[in-house]
Design a protein around this ligand. Structure first.
Ligand SMILES: Nc1ncnc2c1ncn2[C@@H]1O[C@H](COP(=O)(O)OP(=O)(O)OP(=O)(O)O)[C@@H](O)[C@H]1O
Ligand SMILES: [Mg+2]
Length: 467
């Protein structure tokens, strides 16, 4: 193992022997003969570990320890005490030393403690890093909700979280926030202090999924050298989040249904029933009803999961959320990348609100994050947007110049339609609305009676009405 170690001891011989031995093991080593010198060295050298003697000229080891730990709370400190001074050792541990060694010591003892301390320190940093990544991905404290539809959904989410439900089905296109809402349910439930375990059913190979979920007994299959608990057992009392539930193989669907209905299961190769109390949140971005029709998803399991469904609509069906979510991401990425954007220009707001966001919130987040990383400006302007979005602006601008002042809310279907057919339909509807009184129908359409009669003839309505 390598790393940077600082030795603080006034005994020259000890400094020399520790330094030599540690350098042989590839550590970078520096040393100091007093607490004061040690603290100065510490600031320049920035070691990961310090081997610290208690009896020093001037500042005592215990005080140096306190000072070191305030400068770096993760620092690994190995404290050296004279034989028989156990109280000092206890005090050092209280002040945050990783461990202590009694002098005289054998080097191997120091080496082992140091390796273990550094290992734990690295694990600790790694855990913090992963937690930060996770917090960054799923910021449950900041779920942005503005549209009426989402306000209804969040109150449903709250109700579900406070209930004693055992299953919930989250549906919605990719990037709509299923993972986020699963975590919100967990955090707002009485299970929040217990684990939240995610299993992506699509990414675990079919042959391993059963043992991953339910565990196995020793010897259950060739590789099962020892018994292993599955995720359902590990989640004990908490939440099991089954992402991409549509991908779970048919055979396992039976077992899952049994777990849901009876809340017991057996490990692979096991004969003992194991009871569990977990909340199963299943999520999918495919149409499960269609999968049932195709025969790739069991109808009984589908009905069971459908008991409490929460559907998260795509962004394009709740456009009122787009700008507030974009503004939230601006704040968040400002902080992360030390930028000073204050908001979106008016044009950009229009474009974002008009765009269909096939990748939903994930796509919106990526667009904003990219701009904040690359640009330095006070607000997000049109020229910062990706090409596709800018092009959308051109079409929006063009059409807004020629649109009538009053928006009739007519929607053109994706496949298009014929203008003639629209005219035909409107004439028929106007006539029907006026009980076929042609003068009034003409007035409704703001045309003369003659022109109405002309159109009626064109659409062959006169003859039909006379019949
Ligand atoms: N209302 C919201 N407010 C703030 N951030 C949100 C909101 N909804 C989703 N997000 C964020 O958008 C990103 C995508 O959401 P998430 O991963 O939950 O989507 P998903 O539906 O699980 O997608 P997939 O089906 O691809 O797994 C996440 O970073 C999430 O935190
Ligand atoms: Mg997801």
């Amino acid at each position: 193992m390598s790393g940077k170690v600082l030795i603080i001891d006034d005994e020259k011989l000890i400094r020399w022997s520790l330094e030599k031995n540690l350098k042989n093991l590839d550590y970078q080593v520096e040393s100091a003969a007093s607490g004061e010198e040690g603290l100065n060295r510490f600031d320049i050298f920035c070691p990961e570990a310090v081997i610290l003697d208690n009896k020093l000229p001037g500042m005592q080891g215990l005080d140096v320890l306190t000072e070191l730990r305030t400068r770096d709370p993760r620092l690994v400190v190995l404290f050296m005490t004279a034989f028989g001074t156990i109280e000092t050792a206890v005090e050092a541990m209280k002040r945050g030393a990783y461990d202590y060694v009694n002098k005289p010591f054998v080097f191997d003892e120091v080496r082992q403690l140091l390796e273990k301390g550094l290992y734990v320190q690295r694990l600790d940093s790694e855990v913090s890093r992963l937690r930060a990544v996770e917090r960054r991905q799923f910021d449950t404290a900041n779920v942005i909700i503005n549209s009426l539809r989402m306000r209804e959904i969040i109150s449903l989410v709250d109700k579900v979280a406070r209930s004693e439900a055992h299953t919930v089905l989250l549906t919605g296109e990719s990037g709509t926030g299923k993972d986020l809402f699963a975590r919100v349910i967990h955090q707002r439930s009485f299970r929040s202090a217990l684990p939240f375990i995610t299993i992506n059913c699509a990414s675990v190979p079919e042959t391993l999924l059963e043992s991953e979920l339910f565990g196995h007994e020793k010897g259950a299959f060739t590789d099962a050298k020892s018994a292993k608990r599955g995720q359902f057992e590990l989640a004990s009392g908490g939440v099991v989040y089954l992402d991409e539930i549509g991908e779970i193989p048919l055979g396992l669907q039976v077992k899952l249904l049994q777990v849901i209905e009876n809340r017991v299961f057996r490990r692979v190769g096991g004969v003992k029933d194991i009871r569990i109390d977990v909340l199963i949140i299943a999520a999918t971005n495919i149409d499960l009803a269609a999968a049932v029709e195709r025969g790739s998803f069991r109808r009984d399991l589908y009905y069971r999961l459908e008991l409490i469904p929460i559907h998260i609509p795509p962004l394009r069906e709740r456009r009122a959320d787009i700008v507030p979510i974009a503004e939230y991401f601006i704040q968040r990425f400002n902080q992360e990348f030390h930028k000073k954007f204050v908001g979106l220009s008016g044009e950009v707001k229009d474009v974002l609100a008009d765009y269909d966001w096939p990748g939903n919130i994930r796509e919106l987040r990526n667009v904003i994050e990219r701009i904040i990383i690359l640009e330095n400006d006070d607000s997000i302007r049109l020229e910062h947007l990706p090409f596709d979005l800018r092009r959308l602006f051109e079409t929006v601008k063009m059409s807004s110049g020629i649109l009538p002042v009053q928006d009739l809310g007519l929607v053109i279907p994706d496949g298009g339609l014929s203008l003639e057919a629209v005219e035909h339909e409107l004439v028929v509807k106007a006539l029907a609305k006026c009980a076929y009184n042609q003068t009034r129908a003409a007035r409704l359409l703001d045309i003369t009676r003659d022109s109405l009669r002309y159109k009626m003839k064109k659409f062959n309505l006169l003859s039909k009405l006379q019949k």
